[in-house]
Design a protein around this ligand. Structure first.
Ligand code: FAD
Length: 456
């Protein structure tokens, strides 16, 4: 028998924090994550504006016997919806945002619900940038605390390694600062432990010394996929760590809001960034350009423009996906990939992506946290649009089918930020790190107050 939680401690917060309960007019809007395919039905939604309000919500939730799920945007909400949320306060951080750049120290202090586009915009006037992912509106906290693959990554490593300190509200409602010298165990754990340790209300990170970057995309019709995929895989085997790129086979529905080069088309696209001079980047890309792409946007651009290169959706969208980490791809691996998504196939996916790993992604960072590197050659990410529950079921099956087909080339590890559905989270970490992470979590949150999308 389930009992209805007593929400009085939360409702008593009054003007101390915006709270939405089931049945309230604002509840549906407040519980809707960025990923519109995900239906979250928590006991309450809290929208704190200050760290003190976060503390009050965590304490009130504890009093009410409720758990707390921190969320910045809901880009990574899919796995959260797989568990019951009727005893969970969804703590949405979109009202707790802001960026302060220290140009001399080359660092930024970012509040817990801030988006990457705002960090990049604040850093750019100082000739600096941030280790963001492909989409402008992903949350800094959710991305960094789970590793983060950026287009600077094969040179600079997993983005989480840029973290210098966090301010975090833990299960007892205390606001703590964790860094290499303050609460070092907690600092180690939060760098890869996602939302399992507490609510991160501020982060300090190192910025990257780039005012502009050589970046862009090459685009061909999917009919060219056999030669393009082979050429890119061959090229990626020896590409220097200055180049971080991705290859996607994409299928767009005919939509008036899409530009003609995308609408209704099946394509193969290579995009990313090359941290070299124009001449060296041109020389490096020459073998791919020799395949005469229909569109070539690679060139020097302000770092702010790198946020648009991957053509991620401009706002909340419904999507489902599956991923795996692959080792080296030989000819038979390429053939299987093409059999799944190459010319003539109807995979039902929006895209099947090979994100190039290796380089600094694969090297454990000195002094790093629970997740400091990702071994493997490529992250395989398959995504389908899911505007209806039926489309979600079909999309998940389609994504899983490609991941399964490439099983012989896959490794045991996974990339937390690419994990859509619930997975065995011990696969994110090296064995001993997993054990240590669980130990720190048990010390800091013995009652398991916090619910992360990927629980440990
Ligand atoms: C369009 C798109 C493009 C993407 N591109 C990339 C990419 O290039 N590289 C890459 O690595 N990933 C990428 N991702 C994946 C993305 O990085 C993850 O989904 C990430 O977890 C999203 O973080 P968020 O804060 O926006 O999402 P949320 O769903 O809000 O957060 C995910 C989880 O992080 C934790 N969390 C969030 N905020 C806090 C906080 N303040 N305190 C404590 N815990 C918190 C929670 O456990 C939460 O469930 C992409 C996703 C999408 C949808």
């Amino acid at each position: 028998m389930t009992t209805t939680p007593d929400l009085t401690p939360l409702t008593r917060l009054g003007s101390g924090c915006e709270i939405h309960l089931p049945g309230d007019p604002g509840y549906d809007a407040a519980r809707t994550p960025w990923n519109l395919a995900v239906d979250l039905r928590p006991a309450a939604v809290a929208v704190p504006r200050t760290p003190a309000e976060v503390q009050a919500v965590v304490r009130a939730a504890a009093q009410a016997g409720l758990r707390v799920a921190p969320q910045s945007t809901g880009h990574g909400a899919a796995a959260l919806a797989e568990g019951a949320l009727d005893d969970v306060v969804l703590l949405r951080l979109h009202a707790l945002t802001g960026v302060t750049v220290d140009p001399a120290a080359r660092t930024a202090r970012v509040l817990g619900g801030t988006l990457w586009e705002d960090v990049v915009a604040a850093a750019a006037p100082h000739g600096l940038t941030a280790p963001h992912g492909s989409a402008p509106d992903v949350g800094v906290a959710g991305f960094l605390l789970s590793g983060g693959l950026s287009f600077y990554g094969r040179r600079h490593g997993l983005s989480v390694n840029t973290l210098r300190a966090v301010e975090i509200v833990t299960a007892d409602g205390t606001l703590r600062r964790a860094s290499a010298t303050e609460e070092p165990d907690l600092f180690w754990a939060v760098r890869g432990g996602g939302g399992n340790l507490g609510v991160v209300v501020a982060l300090e990170l190192d910025l990257l010394p780039y005012a502009d970057v050589y970046a862009g995309m090459l685009l061909w019709d999917r009919e060219r996929a056999p030669e393009v995929v082979r050429a890119w895989v061959e090229w990626s085997r020896t590409a220097p760590d200055s180049a971080t790129t991705s290859l996607r086979v994409m299928s767009f529905p005919p939509l008036p809001e899409l530009p003609p080069f995308l609408s209704g088309r099946d394509l193969v696209v290579v995009d990313g960034a090359v941290l070299e001079s124009d001449a060296d980047a041109d020389a490096l890309l020459a073998p791919l350009r020799a395949l005469r792409p229909e569109l070539d946007t690679f060139g020097r651009m302000p770092t702010t423009a790198l946020l648009q290169v991957h053509m991620d959706p401009p706002g909340p969208s419904p999507a489902v996906g599956e991923h795996s980490v692959l080792g080296a791809l030989d000819e038979s691996g390429i053939e299987v990939f093409l059999e799944q998504v190459g010319p003539g196939t109807r995979s039902g996916l929006l895209f099947a992506e090979l994100r190039h790993l290796g380089g600094a992604f694969g090297v454990p960072a000195a002094g790093g946290g629970a997740l400091a590197h990702v071994p493997g050659e490529y992250a395989l990410l398959c995504l389908a649009m899911a505007p209806t529950p039926q489309a979600a079921v079909a999309g998940r099956a389609a994504a899983f089918s490609v991941v399964r087909a490439l099983g012989a080339w896959s490794r045991t590890g996974l990339v937390p930020t690419f994990a859509e559905s619930k997975v065995d989270t011990s696969r994110f970490y090296d064995g001993e790190d997993w054990v240590r992470l669980c130990r720190v979590r048990d010390a800091v949150d013995p009652e398991r107050r916090f619910v992360a999308n990927h629980g440990i």
